[in-house]
Design a protein around this ligand. Structure first.
Ligand code: ATP
Ligand code: MG
Length: 430
């Protein structure tokens, strides 16, 4: 299972766990060895002394010759009767601790009689306890030192990684003049990471450069033929033409004008934030809307629909004409395209506008998807790629405008654009 602990903390935890394990095993081994030696040595000594008492002293009728801390007991000798506290012990070596008194007891059975040698070990026990305390203190100290060392080590190990992350976060890496990161690091794993980052960044820079070149090439290559088409149309319109031919020429002229505007819109969108500061001509909403109403109104009426251009309130703002016209044109084109009977309305308000129609409407569950690129609704018809509304959405996001769609109760569709309500949540439904 992937852990969510920071890398430095994981190093620290591993370091401390390792120390607890090694130091713990070491401390327990010391305790075990001390116990083993104690039992082995004392048991040998007591066994030898008991043998001397039984086979030499008692045999010759002398009382056991023992030092002050050692006493002899026997089950068959009244003067050496076994005290209650030592009764019932196993044969061999035993340790008896009672309160602050501690004894080694060696038990031997001979001819169904029990013989005991009891040695006071109070002092040894105290020393043993002191040793154990020292071992415990040593263990705890090792863990604390390991924690402190682990902390220092983890910081040292992570420092180059943190530095790399900081550099990646705070430098404008996409800037062509940003120096490569790899030379700052030794040729270890972090250095390799920095080199991998440099190389990926190089590829990103190259593709950005290619895209920039592409957009400027498109701008250059398309502008000239479009201008040629437009001026040729104007010249043709001045000659003697039949009304039908004149109408066709006018259509070609309109189409080339639309293409010129589209090229302009794409260029401005593609340039991103770098050219935002470049001065752009500013248009009022009324100006752009009147232009688009003239252009689309005629086509809408030609289709037999009622086109209404309503200035409900005045708006004083000034906006990028390319973007504003593009949004208006896309919404009006859709209204024309998806309405068979009834009306199309362009209503100007303070701080925005609405485009309403009495067409097929858009099912509420599709209100979100239709703004995605290459998504066409179930009501889609005729040719189209599903790009119009995604372009509108990108323009609104770039300009800080808010676009929403809802289905009016009477039917049809209503798109609303608000200029001063920038928000991420662009979809509302009724
Ligand atoms: N006014 C409208 N009335 C009904 N449906 C609409 C309206 N506007 C958009 N839609 C629906 O939203 C979908 C997406 O619209 P969008 O403009 O993005 O693409 P398109 O019109 O299908 O193709 P394109 O605009 O690329 O030529 C459309 O396919 C259509 O189903
Ligand atoms: Mg469309």
């Amino acid at each position: 299972m992937p852990t969510k602990q920071p890398f430095a903390r994981r190093i620290l935890i591993a370091f401390v766990l390792m120390t607890v394990l090694v130091s713990g095993v070491f401390s327990l081994s010391i305790v075990a060895v001390v116990h083993l030696i104690e039992e082995h040595l004392v048991s040998e000594e007591l066994k030898r002394e008991l043998s001397t008492v039984l086979h030499e002293d008692l045999k010759h009728g002398v009382s056991p010759r023992l030092d002050a801390s050692t006493r002899f007991f026997a089950s068959n000798l009244a003067q050496y009767a076994i005290p209650q506290q030592f009764a019932g012990l196993d044969e061999g070596f035993n340790e008896v601790v009672e309160g602050d008194q501690a004894f080694y007891v060696y038990v031997q059975e001979v001819n169904n009689q029990t013989y005991l040698l009891v040695q006071e070990q109070h002092e040894f026990e105290a020393r043993e306890q002191a040793l154990f305390n020292v071992v415990l203190a040593g263990f705890l100290l090792t863990v604390v030192v390991a924690w402190a060392l682990g902390l220092v080590m983890a910081r040292k190990v992570m420092a180059p990684l943190s530095r790399l992350a900081h550099q990646v976060r705070h430098r404008d890496q996409l800037h062509a003049l940003a120096p490569p990161l790899a030379p700052d690091y030794p040729d270890d794993e972090v250095g390799q990471l920095a080199a991998a980052f440099d190389s990926t960044l190089g590829q990103v820079r190259q593709s950005l450069e290619r895209e920039r070149m592409f957009t400027s090439d498109v701008s250059h290559e398309l502008r000239t033929p479009l201008m040629v088409i437009a001026s040729s149309c104007e010249l043709l319109a001045e000659t003697c033409l039949e009304p039908r031919q004149r109408e066709q020429i006018a259509r070609i002229g309109r189409a080339s004008e639309e293409m010129r505007e589209l090229v302009q819109t794409f260029l401005q969108l593609a340039r991103g934030s770098a050219n935002q500061s470049a001065p752009v001509a500013q248009y009022s909403l009324a100006c752009a809307a009147t232009e688009q109403a003239e252009r689309w109104g005629a086509m809408i009426r030609d289709k037999g629909l009622d086109f209404q251009y309503i200035e409900a309130a005045a708006d004083n703002g000034l906006y990028n004409p390319t973007f504003l016209s593009s949004v208006l044109a896309n919404l009006l084109r859709n209204a024309l395209h998806y309405t068979e009977h009834g009306f199309v309305r362009l209503i100007l308000e303070k701080d925005g506008f609405r485009v309403e129609d009495s067409g097929t409407g858009i099912p509420v569950e599709q209100h979100e998807q239709i703004f995605q690129p290459f998504v066409r609704g179930t009501q889609a018809r005729g040719e189209g790629l599903g790009l119009g509304l995604s372009l509108v959405k990108r323009i609104c996001a770039k300009q800080g405008w808010h676009i929403s769609v809802h289905n009016p109760p009477a039917g049809g569709t209503c798109f609303t654009v608000k200029f001063n309500q920038p928000t991420d949540e662009i979809f509302t439904s009724v």
